[in-house]
Design a protein around this ligand. Structure first.
Ligand code: NAD
Ligand code: WQD
Length: 356
């Protein structure tokens, strides 16, 4: 175990078996960090008493090991054990529930998991003198855009219409307060725009359980014949073709952004809390994505335009300049790459991790 602890530093990755976590762990391992992942398996697949399938594949892709514990961030005693067993240099905190619609139905579960769970994690970090953290935030903290592109200065917390979005805003605020209270903390808030795509190998990808809430997995399941047609939520927005515009970012670009964030935290002189958008800065409509996916897959994507989905905004895309200037990070992949890699994952794993 000591040998595995060598390298650049030891990372605790919460929610490490999930979509963003698993792709980020690949980049961490490739950059010589060692990784301890925890996950309570609420939104990922694992065979009984085995490592989650996503992490087994991460090990195959990288030919490196990931230490895994089935731990819930709400379980203080279990967290304490993990912190006693390893000496962490930094925490990358992905663990959260993320379904917007579900968060409206069961808000208390979301507040307990995402806010109370995070706050327990931060207490255990403090008690073990681990005060470096990268937090998965979301462009959803900006609410209804007052201007575009969205800069990090855009007001947050106003117009977050659903409990999920509010949990991201509240946890950001908690971390800001923690930094104010103790100058030893170093915090980076990464505000993701719309992560899509899969690892270039097609071995890992997004594996939603049940009916996908998000556009790309839905399109992909229509293309592979698992769903009949895409429902397009409105074509009467004030956008070039009337359908919603978003800033889709390839999951590998997003994952690499976390490595850049770690470099930033390790820079001498970095202190306190900084927020960065991770997006491409370009907006694409639902129709753009349908066409791109159709082109790449060679499949006809059946769709039907229906009414708007509650809580949706017309357009959202990032000003990605701050991450470029301060993290030396820029997204390099375009929508055709995003569609190609989603499709590769989908074709290789038509039923996701469980079907294999
Ligand atoms: P995901 O559901 O694939 O991954 C989250 C992982 O956390 C899952 O494996 C789940 O089992 C685990 N988890 C949840 N609650 C836990 C708990 N209490 N204890 C331990 N593990 C727990 O989601 P993702 O897409 O990988 O998202 C990762 C993070 O990024 C989340 O915080 C999410 O809110 C944030 N985010 C995601 C998106 C997106 O569109 N995917 C956009 C912005 C922000
Ligand atoms: C994209 C576009 C839809 C599905 C959500 C969360 C956000 C963040 C990312 C975590 C919109 C349209 C979608 C469908 C459709 N997650 N659409 N038919 O809503 O931008 O963001 O995921 O932080 O917080 O809100 O992403 O993929 O759901 O939608 O027409 O079946 O596709 O209306 O214009 P969204 P999405």
């Amino acid at each position: 175990a000591e040998k595995e602890m060598a390298g650049k530093g030891v990372m605790l990755v919460t929610g490490g078996a999930g979509y963003v976590g698993s792709h980020t762990i690949i980049q961490l391992l490739n950059n010589n960090y060692s990784v301890v992942a925890i996950d309570n398996l609420i939104n990922c697949y694992a065979e009984k008493n085995k490592k989650p399938e996503s992490l087994r594949r991460v090990e195959e892709i990288t030919n490196k090991k990931v230490i895994f514990y089935n731990v819930d961030i709400k379980d203080r005693a279990a967290l304490e054990k993990v912190f006693k067993a390893h000496k962490f240099d930094c925490v990358i905190h992905f663990a959260a529930l993320k379904a917007v619609g579900e968060s409206v139905q069961i808000p208390l579960t979301y507040y307990q998991n995402n806010i109370a769970g995070s706050s327990t994690l931060f207490e255990v970090m403090r008690d073990n003198n681990v005060k470096n953290i990268v937090f998965s935030s979301s462009a959803t903290v900006y609410g209804i855009p007052q201007f575009l592109p969205l800069t990090e200065e855009h007001p947050t917390g106003q117009g977050c219409t659903n409990p999920y979005g509010k949990t991201k805003y509240f946890v950001e605020e908690i971390l800001k307060d923690v930094c104010t209270s103790d100058p030893e903390w170093k915090v980076i808030l990464l505000r993701y725009f719309n992560p899509v795509g899969a690892h270039e190998s097609g071995m890992i990808g997004e594996d939603p359980s049940g009916i996908p809430n998000n556009l790309m997995p839905y399109i992909s399941q229509v293309a592979v014949g698992r769903r009949e047609k895409l429902l397009i939520y409105g074509d009467d927005y004030d956008t070039p073709d009337g359908t919603g515009v978003r800033d889709y970012i390839h999951i590998t670009d997003l994952a690499i952004g976390h490595v850049n964030a770690l470099n930033k935290i390790n820079e001498s002189g970095f202190k306190g809390c900084r927020a960065y958008n991770l997006g491409t800065g370009k907006g694409y409509s639902v129709m753009d994505m349908v066409q791109a996916f159709s082109k790449v897959s060679g499949k006809d994507i059946k769709y039907e335009v229906v009414g708007r989905r509650e809580g949706d905004v017309a357009s959202s895309y990032a000003d990605a300049q701050l991450a470029r200037d301060e993290l030396n990070w820029v997204a390099t992949k375009g929508i055709l790459d995003m569609c190609r890699d989603t499709w590769k994952w989908q074709v290789k794993n038509p039923k996701g991790f469980q079907g294999t």
